[in-house]
Ligand binder design. Structure first.
Ligand SMILES: Cc1cc2nc3c(=O)[nH]c(=O)nc-3n(C[C@H](O)[C@H](O)[C@H](O)COP(=O)(O)OP(=O)(O)OC[C@H]3O[C@@H](n4cnc5c(N)ncnc54)[C@H](O)[C@@H]3O)c2cc1C
Length: 204
């Protein structure tokens, strides 16, 4: 389990707005939506939520437990891997299908829609999209990014709110929660415990 604190990982870290969970206000006068997990799904939801029109103040709290954001596929790793989907089919924006390609061509001018580009670049595109949405959002829509692990979600009796509990010991009151924690790790292979690590990798 990671220690709560700074949210690092180069693709999504540089200049990131992050908070340790202890600095998170438990209650907010604004309607609060908590997003659990800042992989592709959580980041995409946070990006799109900020683009919707709201009459009332809104707080979006994006919580990520990992040291490296971007999720299982797009976090920065020591070794660079390629996407397994061509650039022309990786846009975050349905109204702009070549948006990722256009982003990629800023650093890779020769890239085409058929190319399989580095995953890390896609992580940077996700981060850039989130930041653009945050900058364009009206002042009454506020995104908070928190490094921490959600350990429980509680629905108090007769309340329309939920309480989202973090491993650090605090809890946030929210009106809605988006679960974007990805897939659970692989189940243990029966008999796998006895296999040498050189021959069996439980969770690659
Ligand atoms: C190796 C690999 C390569 C892939 N390559 C491609 C590709 O090239 N193109 C493509 O289209 N798709 C690809 N995919 C599929 C892609 O990963 C998924 O479509 C998508 O990224 C899943 O995103 P996610 O946000 O749902 O989950 P994840 O990326 O798993 O993100 C979930 C996040 O939630 C966090 N989290 C979980 N539980 C908690 C908690 N309790 N509290 C706080 N945070 C929590 C995790 O730390 C994680 O960062 C690939 C998948 C894998 C495994």
């Amino acid at each position: 389990m990671d220690t709560p604190g700074t949210w690092t990982g180069s693709a999504l870290h540089e200049g990131s707005i992050f908070n340790p969970p202890q600095q998170l206000e438990a209650h907010s006068p604004a309607r609060t939506i908590v997003i659990v997990g800042a992989g592709f799904s959580g980041t995409a939801v946070a990006t799109h939520l900020q683009r919707l029109p709201y009459a009332e103040p809104l707080r979006i709290v994006l919580i990520e437990r990992a040291q490296t954001a971007g999720g299982v596929a797009y976090a920065t790793r020591e070794k660079s891997y390629l996407l397994n989907v061509p650039a022309g089919r990786m846009s975050l924006n349905a109204h702009d299908p070549l948006q990722f390609l256009a982003y990629a061509q800023r650093s890779l001018p020769q890239a085409t829609a058929e190319d399989f580009l580095p995953r890390e670049l896609y992580g940077q595109y996700l981060e850039s999209s989130l930041r653009c949405a945050t900058q364009a959002a009206p002042p009454h829509v506020h995104l908070q990014r928190v490094r921490g692990e959600v350990i429980a979600i509680e629905k108090p009796h007769r309340s329309t709110n939920v309480r989202v509990h973090l491993h650090a010991g605090n809890a946030i009151t929210a009106q809605a929660v988006v679960l974007a924690p990805g897939n659970p790790g692989p189940a243990a292979l029966p008999g796998g415990a006895g296999l040498p690590r050189s021959r069996y990798v439980a969770d690659p």
